[in-house]
Write a protein that binds this ligand. Structure first.
Ligand SMILES: [Mg+2]
Length: 264
C-alpha cells in the first residue's frame, strides 16, 4: 500500500514538474531569440551607416571626435589638393631631341620607319624639307601633360620650322604658348632659355630639355632629359618623365624637389 502511494506521488511529481520545466525553457529560449534578433538588426543598421560605428557605441566623446574627423578630413585634404592643382603649373618643353627629331636629309630606307612625316618650310626664303620623327610614347606623354599642366613649347629653333612641327604634336591645340629662337638669350652663339620671359612664378614652373645649356640660368627648375635622335624605338624617357611630372603637380614649390639632384 505504501509503495503504491509512493509510486503515485512520484509519477504525479514528474507529470507536473517536467512540463513546467519544458515551458520555462521554451520561454527562456524565446526571449533569447528575440534579444539576439534585436541586436542583429541594430548591428546591421550601424554597419550600413558606418562599419566602425558599433565599436564606439555608447562612448559619446569618441563618437563625437570620430564624426568630427570624418566631416573635416576629406574637406581639408580636398582643399589642399585643390589649392595646388586648381591653377595648373607651367611645363616648358623643348622640342628637338626632347620630343622629336628631324633631319633635312632624306633618311636611308632602313631608317625610314623612324620618321612619321615630312614638312616643307621656308628658311631664309629657301624651301627646305625636314623629315620628322616623334619620340616613342610622345602621344601619350602629350595627352597626360596637357591634362596636368599648362604646356609651353620653348625651342631654340626658328618659328618657320618649329610652328608646323608643334602643330603636328598631339593635343597641340592645348599648348598655351610658343617661344622660339628670338626669345632665347644669345650668349656668344649659345642659346639660353630665360624663364623670365614667361612672366610667371618660378615656384610653379618646370622646364624639360635635353640640353643643360638651355636651362643653365634655372637649374633649380629643370628636369634633364636624354637626347633622342631617332635611333632607338625602345626609348622610354618620356614615360620616365611622366612619373615625376605626375607627382610635381601637387607640390607647392617644384624647386624643393628639383634642387635635390643639384645637391647630390
Ligand atoms: Mg633640344
Amino acid at each position: 500500500m505504501m509503495n503504491w502511494i509512493r509510486d503515485m506521488i512520484y509519477t504525479l511529481f514528474h507529470a507536473i514538474i517536467y512540463p513546467l520545466l519544458f515551458i520555462y525553457e521554451f520561454i527562456q529560449w524565446n526571449r533569447m531569440t528575440k534579444k539576439r534578433k534585436s541586436l542583429q538588426e541594430t548591428t546591421d543598421a550601424n554597419s550600413h551607416n558606418d562599419s566602425n560605428n558599433s565599436r564606439f557605441e555608447g562612448d559619446d566623446e569618441l563618437q563625437r571626435i570620430r564624426e568630427l574627423n570624418r566631416s573635416l578630413t576629406p574637406s581639408i585634404l580636398q582643399s589642399i589638393k585643390m589649392k595646388n592643382v586648381a591653377k595648373k603649373k607651367i611645363l616648358v618643353l623643348d622640342l628637338d631631341e626632347t620630343l622629336i627629331h628631324s633631319t633635312p636629309v632624306e633618311p636611308f630606307p632602313q631608317f625610314k620607319r623612324f620618321y612619321q612625316y615630312r614638312i616643307d618650310v621656308y628658311l631664309d626664303q629657301d624651301e627646305c624639307s625636314f623629315y620628322v620623327s616623334e619620340r616613342p610614347h610622345l602621344k601619350h606623354f602629350m595627352r597626360k601633360v596637357c591634362e596636368w599642366y599648362e604646356v609651353v613649347i620653348f625651342t631654340a629653333s626658328v618659328q618657320s620650322y618649329a610652328d608646323p612641327v608643334i602643330d603636328r604634336l598631339e593635343c597641340s591645340d592645348k599648348i598655351s604658348r610658343r617661344y622660339f629662337r628670338e626669345s632665347c638669350a644669345n650668349n656668344q652663339g649659345v642659346f639660353i632659355k630665360d624663364l623670365a620671359v614667361l612672366g610667371c612664378d618660378l615656384s610653379r614652373c618646370i622646364i624639360v630639355d635635353n640640353s643643360h645649356i638651355s636651362y643653365m640660368w634655372h637649374p633649380e627648375n629643370a628636369i634633364p632629359c636624354t637626347s633622342w635622335v631617332a635611333d632607338d624605338d625602345n626609348d622610354d624617357e618620356l614615360l620616365r618623365l611622366l612619373l615625376l611630372l605626375d607627382a610635381l603637380r601637387y607640390m607647392n614649390d617644384v624647386r624643393s624637389v628639383l634642387t635635390l639632384r643639384l645637391k647630390g
